[in-house]
Design a protein around this ligand. Structure first.
Ligand SMILES: Nc1ncnc2c1ncn2[C@@H]1O[C@H](COP(=O)(O)OP(=O)(O)O)[C@@H](O)[C@H]1O
Ligand SMILES: [Mg+2]
Length: 217
């Protein structure tokens, strides 16, 4: 059974048909590439899967359940994580606190009220930073990181809550060829933990890390 099954997804923005009958099936443990020209609906598809908006018609099943009508926070709690195309780290917080917040988003209100989670989550925060080569930047403000490092921080934040499926929208946008190569290297080991849907423009990048490719036109 597929981990994610999108069937017949259509999205209308007023008169504009951004998605038209899209099917997508993602198996457990696979890296799935998503490619297509600008405006073909890649970001719209990822947002529909994560619940940032609802498809106009169609159905989305995730991990055995129909999630088509679920709000985004419930999708997140069921194991879906999205990194948007636009970088969205909290520039005025430390690198460390950005990841801590991503983890605390899954905690209950009482735990947050009494700040009990900071110490308990320390090992998880450091693990997330280490795997994306950011451990020695933990005390820097996120806004001081280079663009490429900010992208890695965001991937670390998306991955920290241990999702079953990670959705990455152009994580290598604006990166140098070397940063792009390293991104592929950093993503490879997550295969044993979660499936991935990734939007990219570089076919060589896909060839190196993806098992399957879906083209939107
Ligand atoms: N919030 C929105 N409101 C209206 N039109 C939108 C919105 N988001 C995207 N679109 C339009 O939908 C189409 C698909 O956009 P998008 O999903 O961002 O494509 P891609 O990520 O493949 O470049 C484009 O024509 C875009 O202008
Ligand atoms: Mg896009």
């Amino acid at each position: 059974m597929a981990l994610l099954e999108v069937s017949g997804a259509t999205k209308l923005y007023g008169q504009l048909r951004a998605l038209d009958g899209v099917d997508l099936s993602v198996e457990v443990g696979t890296f799935h590439g998503l490619i297509g020209p600008n405006g073909s609906g890649k970001s719209t598809l990822l947002k529909s899967i994560a619940g940032a908006h609802f498809p106009t018609t169609g159905a989305i099943r995730f991990d055995g359940a129909d999630i088509t009508q679920l709000p985004p926070y419930q999708r997140a709690r069921s194991g879906l994580s999205l990194k948007f195309q636009i970088t969205a780290v909290l520039a005025e917080l430390s690198v460390y606190d950005n990841v801590l917040l991503a983890l605390q988003s899954l905690e209950g209100n009482w735990s947050l009220l009494f700040s009990r989670s900071r110490k308990r989550l320390d090992a998880d925060v450091m693990h997330a930073l280490e795997r994306f080569r950011l451990a020695d930047r933990a005390d820097n403000l996120a806004g001081e990181l280079s663009h490429g490092e900010q992208q890695w921080l965001e991937i670390a934040m998306a991955l920290a809550p241990r999702p079953k499926l990670l959705l990455l929208d152009e994580p290598t946008g604006g990166m140098s060829p070397e940063e792009r190569r390293v991104t592929g290297e950093l993503l490879a080991p997550i295969r044993s933990e979660c499936a991935l849907v990734i939007v990219e423009h570089d076919l060589d990048f896909f060839k190196n890390i993806c098992d399957r490719l879906t083209v939107l036109d």
